[in-house]
Write a protein that binds this ligand. Structure first.
Ligand code: GLC
Length: 427
């Protein structure tokens, strides 16, 4: 009788021929690099082990740094040496253009009907020069977390603008400190000099109707909207946000928030399942909304688009088996399990209609537009140069937040730097 594995092997025959690999006769070991934000590593391990059990293969997991910037540096180092030690990489939504030359084209290795289940925009994002270099795994969008109990206690409502957020944060902070919690802060977010700060900054600027780089490739960051946005964010540091926020990534903000020491937090969806976990001191006291808007014409609610994809290394000795693991992890059942257990937003459209997924994560339905209209970082247009762009952005923004530079000057310099980098927008 044909096993599922041998059937899949037959289906991959064409791809096998081009890759010059034989159908795996014996079980192999696949090494998978997972990110480790919150529950990510544990969920990744459970999924990979379920696949290993079903297929008879073995998996080994490599955990990678939490900071997306550090993780990219590590991946680039590993891939540059052409080493075959890692078969499957979890890659950020902004990396296909940076890493594509090291990744296998999955289009011949994963059935088209599996690919078609995902949001087309993400499949598009992961397609570089006609090659599908990664399968979508989960979507992230920046969200505003708030304490429902504290908004009630202080007669506040969910803030619609950043100014309202700052006002509510200040009122709650003052009250909580007066009540004896000296460690309480109004707002925590990510302002360490890394990729996460680029996400936060893009959100502030987008909320005011500004942007980083236009569709024609030209930098657009020297605008009154961007200046207003950064001036506002800089005013939070040391006032409603701890000075230490300048070194915070996602997990440091969640630490303060989940200990019950913040009224508001900006974070990704993964923080929902953890905030509402059985051992969480704030369980049952958490609300989630779209991030506030700025002021003036063009202002709107916002959220940066993030998320992870699964890719197979070109240097893998087992690309076909590795692609099968990727297909499994990105598939319906596994995305459903991760959505329920860890509030990872599926990239499979049908899961947004799944009652169990929606019951575990009411905001998936309520904020559907936030996820489908999230603002993308300029990684498509800048391609392989994106990391350089982002580092220029987060360095400039970090200088403004830490009071080393005025917003107007820093943004004018940043615009000039991006212009130089791209020779006037020709990335
Ligand atoms: C999350 C997002 C990713 C982003 C990173 C920034 O992991 O999914 O897209 O680059 O945070 O810190």
């Amino acid at each position: 009788m044909a096993t599922a594995r041998s059937l899949r092997c037959a289906a991959f025959a064409a791809a096998l021929a081009t890759l010059g690999t034989a159908c795996p006769a014996a079980a192999v070991t696949i090494t998978l690099s997972c990110s480790a934000l919150g529950t990510e590593l544990e969920l990744c391990r459970e999924g990979a082990e379920a696949w290993a059990e079903a297929t008879g293969n073995t998996v080994e997991l490599v955990s990678t740094p939490n900071s997306a910037t550090d993780r990219l540096a590590l991946y680039q180092q590993m891939l540059a040496s052409g080493a075959s030690d890692i078969d499957v990489f979890v890659i950020d939504v902004i990396w296909p253009g940076i890493l594509e030359s090291h990744l296998v084209d999955l289009s011949g290795l994963v059935p088209q009907e599996d690919i078609d289940q995902h949001f087309p925009a993400i499949v598009d994002n992961n397609t570089v020069d006609g090659r599908l270099v990664a399968l979508p795994w989960f979507i992230d969008a920046g969200l505003l977390y708030y304490r429902t109990d504290l908004l009630d206690a202080y007669g506040q409502t969910v803030p619609q603008t950043w100014a309202e957020m700052a006002e509510a944060a200040a009122a709650i902070q003052e009250g909580e400190r007066a009540a004896g919690n000296a460690q309480f802060w109004g707002y925590v977010f990510q302002a360490s000099a890394y990729e996460g700060l680029t996400c936060n900054a893009l959100e502030w600027i987008d909320a005011y109707g500004g942007g980083l780089i236009g569709d024609d490739g030209r930098p657009t960051v020297d605008t009154p909207q961007a200046i207003a946005a950064l001036e506002e964010a800089a005013s939070w540091v040391g006032a409603i946000a701890p000075p230490g926020v300048l070194n915070y990534t996602e997990e440091e903000s969640r630490g303060v928030w989940q200990a019950g020491n913040a009224a508001f937090m900006r974070n990704w969806p993964y923080a929902w399942a953890l905030s509402q976990g059985e051992d969480s001191p704030i369980r049952g006291l958490v609300g989630v909304a779209a991030l506030p808007r700025g002021e003036g014409e063009g202002a709107g609610h916002t959220g940066a688009l993030g998320g992870a994809q699964l890719a197979v290394s070109r240097y893998s000795e087992h690309p076909v088996v590795a692609a099968d693991l990727v297909r499994y992890l990105a598939g319906y059942e596994e995305q459903k399990r991760r959505a329920i257990a860890g509030s990872f937003n599926p990239t499979i459209m049908a899961l947004y209609e799944d009652p169990e997924v929606l019951a575990a994560n009411p905001f998936f339905g309520e904020l559907f537009d936030t996820f489908t209209h999230a603002v993308a970082r300029p990684s498509r247009i800048t391609g392989a140069r994106y990391n350089e762009v982002s580092s220029a952005v987060f360095s400039a923004v970090h200088a403004v937040l830490s009071g080393e530079a005025a917003a107007a000057e820093a943004l004018a310099d940043l615009n000039a730097e991006l212009n130089r980098m791209s020779r006037g927008g020709r990335w």
